[in-house]
Design a protein around this ligand. Structure first.
Ligand SMILES: Nc1ncnc2c1ncn2[C@@H]1O[C@H](COP(=O)(O)OP(=O)(O)OP(=O)(O)O)[C@@H](O)[C@H]1O
Ligand SMILES: O=P(O)(O)O[C@H]1[C@H](OP(=O)(O)O)[C@@H](OP(=O)(O)O)[C@@H](O)[C@@H](O)[C@@H]1OP(=O)(O)O
Ligand SMILES: [Mg+2]
Ligand SMILES: [Mg+2]
Length: 346
């Protein structure tokens, strides 16, 4: 039996499958996906439509009990996880080592790399994307670990131009790690709280492209972003200003309301090349990339952010995309088992 969704205090509860039932499903060659997600993520991702489609394909979602040893639960074919804290990553890492037969989405070490806004973007500017109909850059940036007062000189030495976006260095899932500021001048840097990265603000016409990745599948949506900063504004304004979180709004932007030069999606070959390279380099299968087009250009793009297991509930058709993804995982596992078996029989 596949777990049934119940509404309790507005929250989906999907953990009614018993240990015996999980074992039974596993023996019947079905795919069992163990999940360890924050309640917010559980609610946005494990929606009823996903559950219905999954049930039809013999895929079941089973809640992982964080208070019990992971190895004593399941057996799982896939472990899907996004929780706060390093402790959890240690648990998953240990589990991965002991259970190489289980697909862990995704490996903690790979996730940790993009939870740091410095290592997140490292290497992107050097990717080999020739013949991909465009150019991928990253904004110039530097890390400030302690004293923001002395960082004004370092900013000048590094050749960074104001205004600068100040972003908390570590993304730890808290609201604070998404609290960004725009600093217009040297003096204002003293008001910022390290550790952070200071990144050049790139004018991009107020539209951002969210590129969602699920295994081999790529889906792009447009979101509103911050407007351009004019030269006049740069000359007149001083101080630091907190960013509104415009780009994580639930709704995508309608293309018809925008200047076509701004709204045009990045070329498909460029996105495919970028995602292929990033998937391999980062070792992640579930992530999204925030990309902006340099204002006035048609083919120069900047990667400004990468997120692990982002808000897929906002990706069109995410339910079917995930079902296909899981079905392919099950098929690949089956093929592997068969080839091992025939190897033994030969
Ligand atoms: N270098 C930049 N130049 C121009 N705009 C930027 C830049 N960096 C960030 N922004 C704007 O600020 C928003 C938030 O920045 P960023 O995506 O890095 O933060 P975040 O907290 O990781 O966001 P998310 O909710 O996507 O995880 C971007 O979506 C974009 O609108
Ligand atoms: O809040 P949403 O569900 O939309 O998802 C957001 C997600 O929050 P959640 O993982 O707690 O859900 C964020 O994760 P943390 O960095 O805070 O870990 C980050 O990935 C955002 O970029 C996602 O928004 P998106 O960029 O996809 O619009
Ligand atoms: Mg972002
Ligand atoms: Mg982010």
């Amino acid at each position: 039996m596949v777990p049934q969704g119940n509404e309790t205090d507005g929250e989906m509860v999907l953990d009614t499958t018993t240990f015996e039932q999980v074992q039974q499903q596993h023996q019947q060659n079905k795919l069992v996906v163990g999940y360890a997600l924050t309640s917010k993520k559980k609610k946005s991702f494990l929606q009823p439509k996903l559950e219905v489609l999954a049930r039809k394909k013999g895929i079941s979602f089973v809640s992982i009990d964080q208070d019990k040893p992971l190895s004593e639960q399941g057996p799982f074919d896939v472990v899907l996880h996004k929780l706060l804290g390093n402790e959890w990553h240690e648990v998953i890492e240990d589990f991965e080592q002991k259970h190489p037969e289980v697909t862990v989405l995704d490996p903690p070490r790979a996730i940790q790399r993009i939870y740091n806004r410095q290592s997140m973007l490292q290497g992107i500017a050097d990717l080999n994307l020739a013949d991909c109909d465009g150019m991928i850059c990253v904004p110039k940036q530097m890390v400030v670990l302690k004293d923001t007062t002395s960082s004004a000189d370092e900013v000048a030495e590094a050749g960074l131009k104001f205004p600068l976006v100040a972003k908390p260095l570590l993304v730890d899932g808290t609201a604070k790690s998404h609290q960004l500021f725009l600093a217009y001048d040297r003096l204002s840097l003293a008001e910022l709280e390290p550790p952070l990265v200071l990144q050049e603000f790139v004018n991009h016409g107020g539209v951002l492209f969210k590129v969602f990745v699920v295994g081999d599948v790529i889906k792009v949506v447009r979101r509103f972003s911050l407007p351009n900063v004019s030269n006049c504004e740069k000359a007149k304004v001083a101080g630091v200003f907190q960013f509104p979180r415009v780009s994580s709004a639930a709704a995508s932007v309608d293309k018809s309301d925008l200047d076509p030069r701004v709204a045009e999606l990045p070329p498909k070959p460029l996105l495919e090349g970028l995602v292929r390279e990033l998937r391999n380099r980062l070792g992640l299968r579930l992530f999204n990339i925030d990309i902006i087009r340099e204002h006035g250009s048609t083919d120069v793009f900047y990667v400004i952010d990468i997120n692990y297991f982002p808000g897929y509930g906002k990706m069109p058709d995410y339910e079917q995309v995930f079902i296909d993804f899981f079905v392919n995982l099950a098929q690949a596992k089956h093929n592997k088992r068969q080839s091992v078996k025939s190897g033994i029989e030969m």
